[in-house]
Design a protein around this ligand. Sequence first.
Ligand code: HCA
Ligand code: CU
Length: 382
Amino acid sequence: MSLQNFSIIESTLREGEQFVNAFFSLEEKIQVATLLDAFGVEYLELTSPLASPQSYKDCATIARLGLNARILTHTRCTIEDAKKAVDCGVAGVDVVIGTSSLLREFSHGQSLEAILDLAQEVVSFLLSQNVETRFSTEDSLRSDFEDILHIYQAVDALGVHRVGIADTVGVGTPRQIFEIVSRLRQAISCDIEFHGHNDSGCAIANAYAALEAGATHIDTSILGIGERNGITSLGGLVARLYATDPALVQKYNLPLIRNLDQMVSRMVRVDIPFNNYITGFASFTHKAGIHAKAVLNNPSTYEILRPEDFGLTRYVHVAHRLTGWNAVKSRAEQLDLHLEEGQLRQLTEQIKAMADNGRITLDDVDRYLYEAAECQPLPTIN
Ligand code: HCA
Ligand code: CU
């Protein structure tokens, strides 16, 4: 497994701009780029300068901010696009062209021979301009693998820095991705990038499988935003890698994930999903009495992610019918109330009975706890 030396190509400002609700101003793009840079992603991918005059300005401005992250833009595979990208002052260019029969017929209409010629021409030009060069094929999974390999071997021979596998429609499974990337790893020597959409919920697992198979670069976006329901999310990839070994992601400033998710959720006007990796409101909450007891004794019983490492805290939910006396005891301790085990057990039964009659709140629980504590005789002073 080559999980150690991977890089993140953060594409919130390219793929993410293709999300239906995304309309980033230049100021917003600078805020996102700066925070991602502080988080420590290795690359930022920006919308093509050919998309619109403002996109050109955005790209050129961010390329000159002096961030640590390498700035890439993303273009179609034509010399005109490649020239304009270089013009923007970016460090690298991600070139893409569709190779599936569907895209060849219904999108750009080029034959495979023409694609090969174009790929060689554009890659040679970009390399001559000393920019980091990536060549990829859209909808790689529904393209003929031999076709892709043929083109990738040709650009590899030219010295391209990276080639990409793109699961444009989110159709791939981890096993398929592992197999494709493994075959590619054996056939070429340059780096391999994976870009995966999430239409069937596999984007994170597929990115991880790509890394296991020898991919070196993974595309992400904050909250996973992108075309349709998006791609591998930054937080999700980090959670997946951390769960394997926290050392894999120690190069990143993990507490900033919360700021990144909050910033983008505000900009694109969507809530952070309750079940989001790391930052969902329920991500570090524990409810059932059995879970609560074990987590209070040792959090790793039910947590593979340590909330403290992400600047977050766990929450043991007490006010419900599944509660247990250990959770109630822990709540009493938080309130600095000293209650005997017998009292706590009795209160727990009371809470359960109340909860059976309808929704109760933490305030209700706290009230019982205070009442019970006040019933206690004050310590006698001799
Ligand atoms: C696109 C398609 C793309 C490209 C991916 C890549 C995809 O919107 O241009 O260049 O790695 O999913 O195929 O996002
Ligand atoms: Cu995409």
